[in-house]
Design a protein. Structure first.
Length: 356
């Protein structure tokens, strides 16, 4: 397990490598615990001026950053009536994400491949998110009967216009230009420049403000990702995803007549109805919560999804059997009551997720 995530000191940099390339560097519980411990230690170490996070390359030469959490391990714990593993997994993952969000030093993620789900948590929550032309970003959780977590409650409502709601519900994948456009990435750098960027960060003068130093160094390597395709769609996305419910979004799309809208309709109809309606409410509420309260809300949602049908059915259909034919319960949006949605949001009697 120690080899799943590697920690090194490289001069003034704390260097983290997510090291499960055969599993697309998916985040395990052990990795979350190890990262939390190491980041806490480095935060108090005056010799560490910034933290750099990368994904290990796979044998085919591709460089996944982190394709998500270890959902297969979560699936294997489905028969435990207490869902003890799921509770522990989400608790420590969210505590790690919160630590990254509030980290007192520059936290720089180099995203040179896929970043989804848990991979978004250990990148987007940091101060600097560098994407290359090989980067792919997505929050596909509604397709596996979950919700866009790992800080999605906070950062998605703060994307421009209604792009956050659009991404949350549809799970649309973004390349580097769009990742910068919606704000999940802070800088675009050609992958051929990443080694030089690391050298520049290691050689930098860190005697001044650390955040400003990191920004200055990274900006010396910035490339042009081109025009973001999503920008041209904003005039359509914003009114469609400003509707007052998922049902009204579907109706608005049904009134459109082109292939783009038809494709979105097909996408939404393949998602978990429960996930869609809970996610809609999550994004609306998250717009008015601070970060820590967003994470407390996510822990409530995660624990409740962990005892339902759709999360495990989604993993079965997409990851285990790969038949892509999930049997959602309920199967239709109109069968998911408002009271059922509200039940996901309620605090637990024993209290919310706590932070040190």
């Amino acid at each position: 397990m120690a080899d799943e995530v590697l920690f090194e000191r490289r001069g003034p940099l704390g260097h983290i490598t997510l090291n499960r390339p055969a599993a697309l560097n998916a985040l395990t519980l052990g990795m979350s615990l190890a990262m939390e411990r190491q980041l806490t230690e480095w935060a108090a170490d005056d010799g560490i001026k910034a933290v750099l996070v990368v994904g290990a390359p796979s044998e085919d030469g591709k460089v996944p950053f982190c394709a998500g959490g270890d959902i297969q391990a979560l699936y294997e714990g489905r028969n435990d009536p207490d869902r003890a593993f799921a509770k522990s997994f989400f608790r420590h993952e969210y505590r790690l994400d919160r630590l990254i969000h509030h980290y007192p030093k520059p936290y720089i993620a180099l995203i040179d491949g896929v970043a989804m789900g848990g991979g978004v948590g250990v990148s987007v929550n940091g101060s600097h998110r560098v994407v290359t032309q090989a980067a792919t970003f997505a929050m596909p959780e509604t397709g596996i009967g979950l919700f866009p977590d790992v800080g999605g409650t906070y950062f998605l409502p703060r994307c421009p216009g209604r792009t956050g709601m659009f991404l949350a519900l549809t799970g649309t994948r973004l390349k580097w230009a769009d990742a910068c456009h919606v704000g999940v990435a802070t800088h675009a750098v050609l992958r051929e420049q990443l080694a030089a960027l690391e050298e520049g960060l290691a050689a930098a003068d860190w005697t001044g403000d650390g955040q400003a130093t990191a920004t200055q160094v990274i900006e010396g390597f910035v490339g042009d990702p081109g025009e973001p395709p999503l920008a041209a769609l904003r005039a359509r996305i914003d009114p469609l995803f400003a509707q007052s419910s998922v049902e009204w979004i579907v109706r608005a799309l049904e009134a459109e007549t082109d292939d783009w809208a038809a494709g979105l309709l097909e996408t939404l109809r393949g998602k978990s109805p429960t996930s869609l309606k809970v996610t809609f409410r999550q994004i609306v509420i998250g717009a008015r919560l601070d970060y820590d309260d967003c994470m407390r809300l996510e822990y409530r949602l995660a624990r409740r999804f962990a005892v339902g049908n759709d999360f495990y059915e989604g993993i079965r259909a997409v990851v285990i059997d790969k038949d892509n034919a999930p049997r959602w319960e309920p199967a239709h949006l109109e069968e998911v009551s408002e009271s059922a949605v509200q039940a996901y949001l309620m605090p637990f009697d024993e209290g919310d997720l706590e932070f040190d």
